[in-house]
Design a protein around this ligand. Structure first.
Ligand code: NAD
Length: 357
């Protein structure tokens, strides 16, 4: 197949890891006979420096004429000026909004080889392989709000409509059908009216997916179950805020922030793919970044935007293979044993992945 990919590396290690994902996608194209055209655009702090805005029109047009976006990360101390009108994160928020990317998919897998990098016992991590689906364009982050101002009150509003919940829940059920056929829906049904709408909508949508086992879990209980029985979960679906919090908790199970990919999808096959981490100013420019999150985001692009399941599997297996063979960037360097503290560079790690493809 032929596909056009908008490459938006952004700032800091975003640039370093996105470049490694391009190497992997290019290798996939060569191996499986596809043609991927990469066109680079500026976004975030780099775009502010060059144009005064984090998401220039030219970048937006480039994305509109592409089949998918490969995004690095944006931000850094240079642009952390509280009074500034242009802020790097406007780049990513603007893209999500412009393309109505309402479903954020975050797979979380525990790698046995990295068990020593997580605070959980190895036996609890066995078989941990879950997919979070977070609603991304609604809820309390976008509801009516009042700043404190000069008064002594401030508020934010959690608002959801049935269609908003339906569309993201359909994404979650369909994902569960392609996996272990289990869906956990997270809410605060006992307290919040918006959660009661959420739950009743989930139950209604479930009628279309009778092959999927549905479990409702309160957000507070879920934070606990994620630690006590992480392997029992398959797909989990949550509102914007609950999803934001619970996915950060879950990321600990993978051993490093650098391991985790994500996809943001809308109603079509078009999607934005990015690692969940930021620009890591503390290690930027040192060849130390772990490119796994970006490489696995590329695998998600192959699966969700291009329908290339076998190719996506091949990339994921190549990462597993590289890790099993001992490839380790600094963040996942062995903490004990004969290879304690030893690590390889970002590029060497990608070479190990490519050797396993
Ligand atoms: P961060 O994710 O950049 O870094 C947190 C810690 O994890 C750092 O110690 C970093 O070295 C480490 N780390 C992150 N990714 C890594 C990787 N691939 N390999 C190895 N180590 C890795 O979060 P932060 O420090 O809170 O934020 C730094 C900047 O990134 C800020 O400007 C923030 O706004 C921005 N940010 C951007 C995004 C995005 O673009 N989507 C997301 C989060 C943060």
């Amino acid at each position: 197949m032929k596909a056009k990919i908008a490459l938006l590396p952004g700032d800091g290690i975003g640039v370093e890891v996105a470049g490694e994902a391009v190497k992997v996608l290019s290798a996939v194209a060569a191996k499986f006979g596809h043609e991927f055209e990469f066109n680079e655009g500026i976004v975030g702090g780099t775009a502010i420096d060059q144009t005064g805005t984090a998401l220039p029109d030219e970048t937006l047009r480039l994305c509109e004429s592409s089949d998918a976006i490969l995004f690095g990360a944006v931000g850094g101390p240079k642009w952390d000026i509280p009074s500034a009108k242009a802020r790097p994160e406007q780049g990513i928020l603007g893209l999500r909004k412009h393309f109505d990317l309402f479903a954020n998919l975050r797979p979380v897998k525990a790698y046995p080889a990295l068990a020593q990098h997580t605070p959980l016992r190895a036996d609890l991590l066995e078989g941990v392989d879950m997919l979070f689906v977070r609603e991304l364009t609604g809820g309390i982050y976008f509801g009516a709000r009042q700043e404190q101002g000069d008064g002594d009150t401030a508020f934010d509003t959690e608002v959801y409509s049935v269609p908003e919940v339906e569309r993201v829940v359909h994404v979650a059920f369909r994902a569960a059908q392609g996996r272990r056929k289990k869906l956990a829906s997270i809410d605060k049904f006992n307290i919040l009216a918006s959660s009661r709408l959420w739950r009743s909508t989930v139950m209604k949508v479930h009628e279309d997916y009778s092959d999927v086992a549905l479990e409702h879990i309160l957000i507070d209980a879920c934070t606990m179950h994620l630690i006590t029985r992480p392997a029992s979960f398959d797909v989990l679906v949550a509102s914007n805020m609950f999803g934001d919090i619970i996915t950060d908790e879950a990321s600990v199970l993978a051993g490093s922030l650098g391991m985790l990919p994500s996809a943001s999808l809308g109603a079509s096959k078009f999607g934005l793919y990015e690692p969940i981490h930021g620009t890591a100013p503390d290690i930027a420019g040192q060849g130390k970044a772990n490119p796994t999150g970006s490489i696995l985001s590329a695998a998600m692009m192959l699966r969700y935007s291009f329908g290339l399941e076998a190719e996506a599997d091949a990339v994921e297996r190549a990462v597993d293979g590289a890790l099993a063979a001992g490839a380790r960037t600094a963040d996942i360097a062995p903490r004990g044993g004969a290879h304690k503290g030893q690590f390889i560079s970002t590029a060497e790690y990608t070479a190990a992945v490519l050797a396993n493809l």
